[in-house]
Design a protein around this ligand. Structure first.
Ligand code: KG4
Ligand code: ZN
Length: 340
C-alpha cells in the first residue's frame, strides 16, 4: 500500500511517499526558515505563502524521483494540527484535492503523535513495546504522552509557558547568536561548563507539566546583573565567548534535566519501562547522552527518532496515517484543522 503524506503545520513544506507505513520511497521537504531568520522566529503569513508557492512543485519532484505516478497512491495522510492556521490550511486543502481527484481515502493526522511515530521509522522499531511514555520536544511543543496505542495517546503534561525549542531559540536571540537557537546552543555548550552557572530548576504544580520561561528570565537577569545591556533584539550585546559557552552549557543542562526527570517520573507513575522521544530538540546529542545515562540507572529503555526525521517531515505523517487507516480511521472532505 502506497501512502502520500503531507505536512505543512509550520515552516516546512514536506511531501512523502511511504510503502506500508515503514519504507520511505521518497520525501521532498522545503523549509522557509531563511525568510524567518531576520525576525528571530517563524512569521505565520510568510510561512503560509511559501507553502502555497512550493507545494505543487514538490509534488512533481516526488513523482520524478520515486518513479511512481499519482495513480499508485492508495491513501492520503495529512497533518490537521496543532500548528499555524494558514499553514495547515494549505496542506489540508491540497490533501483533499488529491484525495478527490484520485478517489482514494483521506486520513487526518495529529502532528505531535506524528513526531512520536517518527521513532518507528528508525531501525529500532521492532524493539519498542507498548505502552510507552512519549516525549515530544519541538519548537512549538513540549508534551508527555502515555501511549497504549496510536489511536488515542493520552496527554499527561505539557509546557505551561514556552516550548523547549522555543526557549532555546529565545535565549539564543538574547545572546545574539542567530536562529534557530537549538543547534547553535548545542555547539557552543560543547566547550562550556554545564555546572558553571547555577540556574534554578523549574517547578510545576503538576509534576508532569513543564515550565521554561523562568530559566529564560534567569539568563536575562544573570546578564543584566553583570552590566550587559539587553535591547529588544540584542543586536549590540557583546558577551565574551567563554561566558557564552558556560551560559549555553548551564542553561541547556537545566532544561534537559527537566525533560529527563519528568519523563522518568511518568514511567514510574504509569508503571512502564520505555520512553520514545521525537521532535526537533531530539536531534541534540547532549540530550540523547544524558537521557541514556539516567534511564539506564532506572532500567528504562529510551528510543529516539532518527536524526533526519526529528524536524518536521511528511514521512512521519504518512507512516502514522497508515497505522490509523489500519485501525479503521477514514476522514471525509469536511476534515477540519486545529491550531492547538
Ligand atoms: O520539530 P520542529 O521542526 O518544529 C516544531 O514542530 O515546532 O523543531 C524545531 C525546533 C527549533 O526550536 C530548534 O531550535 C530545535 O528544534 N532544534 C534543536 C536542535 N536542532 C533543532 N534543539 C536543540 N538541539 C539541536 N541540535
Ligand atoms: Zn513539529
Amino acid at each position: 500500500m502506497n501512502i502520500l503524506g503531507i505536512e505543512t503545520s509550520c515552516d516546512e513544506t514536506s511531501l512523502s511517499l511511504i510503502k506500508d507505513g515503514e519504507k520511505i520511497l521518497n520525501q521532498q521537504t522545503s523549509s522557509s526558515l531563511r525568510y524567518h531568520r531576520k525576525y528571530g522566529g517563524v512569521v505565520p503569513e510568510i510561512a503560509s505563502r511559501m507553502h502555497l508557492e512550493v507545494i505543487g512543485f514538490l509534488f512533481e519532484v516526488l513523482w520524478k524521483q520515486s518513479g511512481l505516478t499519482p495513480k499508485d497512491i492508495n491513501l492520503v495522510a495529512v497533518t490537521t494540527g496543532p500548528g499555524l492556521l494558514g499553514s495547515l490550511l494549505v496542506g489540508v486543502c491540497f490533501a483533499k484535492a488529491i484525495s478527490y481527484a484520485l478517489d482514494v481515502s483521506l486520513v487526518g493526522v495529529n502532528h505531535l503523535h506524528g513526531h512520536l511515530y517518527a521513532v518507528f521509522l528508525g531501525e529500532e522499531r521492532k524493539k519498542i513495546k507498548f505502552p510507552f511514555i512519549g516525549l515530544v520536544v519541538s519548537g512549538g511543543h513540549t508534551c508527555l504522552f502515555y501511549v497504549r496505542d496510536f489511536l488515542e495517546p493520552y496527554l499527561l503534561g505539557s509546557t505551561l509557558d514556552d516550548a523547549c525549542g522555543e526557549v532555546l531559540d529565545k535565549v539564543a536571540r538574547v545572546l545574539n547568536l542567530g536562529y534557530p537557537g537549538g543547534p547553535i546552543i548545542e555547539r557552543l555548550a560543547r566547550k562550556g561548563n554545564p555546572k558553571g552557572i547555577h540556574f534554578n530548576p523549574i517547578k510545576t504544580k503538576n509534576p508532569l507539566d513543564f515550565s521554561f520561561s523562568g530559566v529564560k528570565t534567569a539568563v536575562l537577569y544573570y546578564l543584566k546583573q553583570r552590566g550587559y545591556k539587553i535591547d529588544s533584539l540584542s543586536k549590540s550585546i557583546k558577551v565574551p565567548l567563554g561566558l557564552i559557552r558556560d551560559i549555553c552549557a548551564s542553561f541547556q543542562e537545566v532544561v534537559f534535566d527537566s525533560l529527563i526527570e519528568k519523563s522518568l517520573l511518568a514511567c514510574k507513575l504509569k508503571k512502564v519501562d520505555t520512553v520514545v522521544v521525537g521532535g526537533g530538540v531530539a536531534i541534540n546529542n547532549r540530550l540523547r547522552e544524558k537521557f541514556f545515562i539516567s534511564a539506564k540507572k532506572e532500567k528504562i529503555k529510551v528510543y529516539f527518532s532518527p536524526p533526519q526525521l526529528c524536524l518536521d517531515n511528511a514521512s512521519m505523517i504518512a507512516g502514522l496515517g497508515y497505522i490509523l487507516f489500519k485501525f479503521g480511521k477514514r476522514d471525509s472532505f469536511t476534515l477540519k484543522i486545529h491550531t492547538d
